[in-house]
Design a protein around this ligand. Structure first.
Ligand code: GCU
Length: 617
């Protein structure tokens, strides 16, 4: 197609996106990176909102700035004179004019690459981009991904050159068939919200490495598993956990997976003693290295040289339910929780390490032993930090409120987001609950959809509990949801004393609920504007919020196995437009400044101190 044909095609082609609807990248693309060395492409990128999707429509992946005779021609998108935007970042917070922008945007940058050896392969990893993103490298469309909160990778070995031009388009427009769908109670930040990294791997490499305690109540059986990038049989995989005296080599099966279960006596990971072990794994056909070759790579003569190496730091613990109770390492626990959105002080989805630490310190100060990371996968840094801090985590995917439950593409989207979350965080001891949804209408389609997601959790991971934040059944005033047989922990959200002004509703629900599984309150809360004081029956006063929690505790204590106040901090929400909230949800126990504690914070702190004391008795 010459330039003129292309120009006409651009103007006349209504379905210009058809050629760009390449197959979606999924969790199968995952490249094990927790502690693999990578090269970050973070920083200031060229950026422009692309309201009419000109970049895609005019195939501007590789801009022609000169015609066939070498004469300069006008361009619609001059990558060298774009605005600038931080990656990771949200455009809403970087450009006043873009606060409410929902649509497509174009990110662009160049990078230099030099192969380190002939067999090297190169992957590009995007930590998260909300919501649909496409990757163009040197003018070629390399990948397309859906889902705003989980990582994906694409191999670029055959597209990469020394000098490269990388373009990523991101579109955060809400769509009925997406997950989440059209309406939700948080802000729709758009952008490349987590790091972009280059990953160099050998031709044969470890795609996934898993280490966990077999949940068999012995606390002594450690399962180690490595899955290669290809289903190749007979490849050697070596696992070393030096502190446990483990050094074992197994070969892969026909699926390219090597697995072993070894008896050991690890110090168990828990909230008081978050013990992590250094796990190392190699793969390949090891060869003995001699003389100069050994010196060249800093090895001793005779050392075995492997093809690929990955490492991780893993805590060994067991979480299980029995009857109405939850057990961590065989000891009954009460989930002293709190809910938390991923939102920075200056707004946006990108938290600094200090802000993440602050969440853990504040939750610890409140007496929490678990955080419910609502309503979407938070940064993987949260789980890495929780592992170190000894804080349990409830992680979830944004199957939130009304979802197009009868749409198979929607199911595939939700399923893939869940798989990407599990593959990313499966070595994180702190993560004890996978949740497959929040406050969804109890319909037949929803039951099929979410019981299917619960099955995905069990297929992929037998070391964690499955839950979902359900609605109460207001006809029978009880916790009654057809999803209950498919979950380990029955969770329900209730707001008796706020949306329904009679606190007694909670007592009625608990009186009518008899389930032989642990039941937790996954959300309960009332709005209060920090510093606004008044009567305890007056909405939005701190006194009312304080009374609210006193009544929840009065009615629920002793009848549930955990509580998650909604929410730790006030947060931005476009659906909260009234004088008391002014575009934010003010149910936080702490104000937007993440510092000003409201009276209710101390009610929960006192309650959790009491529950912690009971556990020690
Ligand atoms: C629901 C929902 C939350 C929401 C909260 C509220 O329970 O799960 O996302 O913010 O109610 O009404 O404040």
């Amino acid at each position: 197609m010459n330039r003129m044909e292309k120009e006409y095609n651009d103007i006349l082609n209504l379905d210009f996106d058809r050629e760009n609807r390449i197959p979606l990248v999924t969790a199968d693309s995952f490249v094990c990176t927790a502690f693999r060395s990578t090269e970050k492409l973070d920083g200031l990128w060229g950026f422009t909102p692309d309201v009419f999707r000109t970049f895609t429509r005019k195939r501007l992946g590789e801009v022609k700035t000169r015609d066939e005779q070498g004469r300069p021609v006008p361009v619609d998108l001059d990558f060298n004179s774009l605005l600038k935007a931080e990656v990771p970042g949200c455009w809403n917070c970087q450009e006043e004019r873009l606060w409410y922008y929902e649509g497509e945007a174009v990110y662009s940058r160049s990078f230099y690459y030099e192969k380190e050896n002939a067999s090297e392969r190169l992957f590009l990893k995007i930590g998260a981009a909300n919501y649909e993103s496409r990757i163009w490298l040197n003018g070629k469309l390399a990948a397309r991904h859906k889902g705003g909160f989980t990582p994906f990778s694409v191999e670029i070995t055959d597209l990469v050159r020394q000098e490269n031009h990388l373009v990523i388009t991101v579109n955060n427009r809400r769509e009925m068939e997406q997950v989440p769908s059209m309406t939700y109670d948080w802000f729709n930040y758009g952008g490349i919200t987590r790091s972009v990294e280059l990953i160099r791997v050998p031709s044969r490499f470890i795609r996934v490495m898993e280490a966990a305690l077999v949940p068999d109540k012995t606390f002594h059986n450690i399962r180690l598993r490595a899955r290669l990038n290809e289903p190749e049989e007979g490849v050697y995989c070596r696992f070393v956990i030096e502190e446990l005296g483990i050094d074992t080599t197994v070969q892969t099966d026909e699926n390219g997976t090597a697995e072993c279960i070894l008896w050991a006596s690890p110090q168990l990971w828990d909230c008081e003693n978050p013990r992590l072990y250094h796990i190392e794994a190699w793969c390949g056909q090891p060869s003995v290295i001699e003389g100069e070759a050994a010196e060249a790579v800093g090895e001793k003569t005779g050392a075995l040289i492997w093809e690929d190496y990955v490492e991780d730091y893993v805590g060994f613990r067991e979480i299980r339910v029995q009857g109405k109770d939850i057990f961590l390492n065989g000891k009954k626990i009460y989930l002293r929780g709190v809910c938390c959105h991923e939102e920075s002080r200056k707004g946006g989805r990108i938290l600094s390490e200090e802000e993440r630490m602050e969440i853990f310190h504040t939750a610890r100060e409140m007496g929490c032993n678990i955080l419910r990371l609502t309503h979407y996968p938070h940064s993987e840094q949260m789980a890495l930090l929780a592992d170190k801090m000894g804080m349990l985590l409830w992680e979830e995917i944004p199957v939130y409120w009304a979802i197009d439950f009868s749409n198979k593409d929607t199911y595939e989207d939700a399923r893939n987001q869940l798989r990407e979350l599990i593959v990313r965080d499966r070595n994180r001891a702190s993560v004890v609950i996978w949740s497959v949804g929040n406050e969804n209408p109890d319909t037949e389609e929803r039951l099929q959809f979410m019981s299917g997601l619960a099955a995905v959790c069990r297929e992929m991971d037998d070391t964690r509990l499955v839950s979902a934040a359900c609605l109460v059944d207001v006809n029978t005033m009880s916790v009654k949801d057809r999803l209950i047989p498919y979950v380990d922990v029955v969770a329900f959200n209730e707001y008796y004393g706020w949306y329904y002004r009679d606190y007694e509703g909670l007592k009625e629900i608990l009186d009518h609920t008899a389930i032989e599984k642990p039941v937790v309150i996954s959300e309960t809360g009332a709005g209060a504007r920090a510093g606004h004081f008044g009567g305890r029956e007056e909405l939005f006063t701190e006194e009312h919020q304080e009374r609210f929690y006193q009544k929840q505790i009065e009615y629920a204590d002793g009848r549930i196995q955990g509580m998650f106040p909604w929410i730790l901090y006030d947060f931005v929400s476009p659906i909260r437009m009234n004088p008391w909230q002014e575009g934010k949800n003010s149910k936080g126990l702490i104000a937007m400044d993440k510092t000003t504690k409201k009276k209710a914070f101390y009610i929960m702190q006192e309650y959790y101190q009491r529950k912690a004391g009971e556990e020690k008795e």
